[in-house]
Write a protein that binds this ligand. Structure first.
Ligand code: IDP
Length: 223
């Protein structure tokens, strides 16, 4: 049976790369240099993770470790701020432009450059290259970045709110980080989050693997 298309809020004509259902294996890590030269005919996008280390003790139970900035996107899935790179534009410059539009970042204080690049991925079928950056700020700066977000040009249009992923895991081995990971994520932003948590030493590989297993078990139990 053909699904009836809604007449209001139906954005299909504007969609290009955002469809869900990508598998991890669809994304191949590529070197940044290669991604610019070899894949110059692909569409490029750049996204960034702003984070602050935080050793505050929560409820006298655990150390917070970090505050991480992600967003609820307009399409109802989670991701990092960022977006498509314009023709001839440097990916980091595109990321700064999108950071201003989406979360109203003050680039005179915080901006991404080539040194902040962590990883790039190629989605061959979609002809899409995704560049990912991380930026460390202190906790006061992080809170200021969060406060400014409501005044962003794209707030309520592309960005439906910024969020902090919970990093702890509760007694049922699900609520907290594993439950967060069982949400829908844009592109390969879930993999980017896990890679960045490990690269910044916020979580160990073992801790991440345990949370991912718990998430997978939960997702399977829903099917
Ligand atoms: O946080 C992310 N990390 C990795 N890939 C992402 C993320 N957010 C979106 N994407 C992918 O990049 C594509 C373009 O990104 P986005 O939708 O942010 O660009 P736009 O705002 O310029 O349209 C998306 O369709 C999706 O495939």
């Amino acid at each position: 049976m053909e699904i009836e298309k809604p007449t209001w809020g139906w954005l299909e004509p504007f969609e290009k790369f955002g469809q869900l259902g990508d598998k991890n294996s669809d994304y191949k890590k590529v070197l940044y240099g290669d991604s610019i030269t070899k894949y110059s005919t692909c569409t490029h996008a750049a996204h960034g993770m702003i984070y602050a280390l935080d050793n505050t003790k929560v409820w006298d139970l655990y150390e917070s470790r970090a505050a991480i900035l992600m967003q609820m996107r307009f399409d109802g899935v989670l991701g990092f701020p960022g977006g498509l790179v314009d023709a001839g534009e440097n990916p980091a410059a595109a990321l700064n432009r999108e950071m201003i539009e989406e979360i109203n970042i003050d680039t005179s204080k915080h901006y991404f450059d080539d040194k902040d690049h962590l990883v790039s991925y190629l989605h061959e079928e979609k002809n899409l290259v995704l560049h990912f950056y991380t930026k460390k700020v202190n906790l006061t700066e992080f809170r200021n970045i969060e406060r400014r977000n409501l005044e962003a040009k794209e707030y309520g249009i592309e960005t439906f709110g910024i969020i902090r992923p919970p990093l702890f895991t509760m007694g049922d081995n699900l609520r907290g980080f594993p439950a967060f990971l069982s949400n829908q994520f844009a592109g390969n932003s879930k993999e980017e989050l896990l890679l960045a948590l490990c690269a910044t030493n916020i979580m160990t590989k073992d801790e991440i693997d345990i949370a991912v297993e718990a998430m997978k078990k939960h997702v399977q139990s829903l099917q």
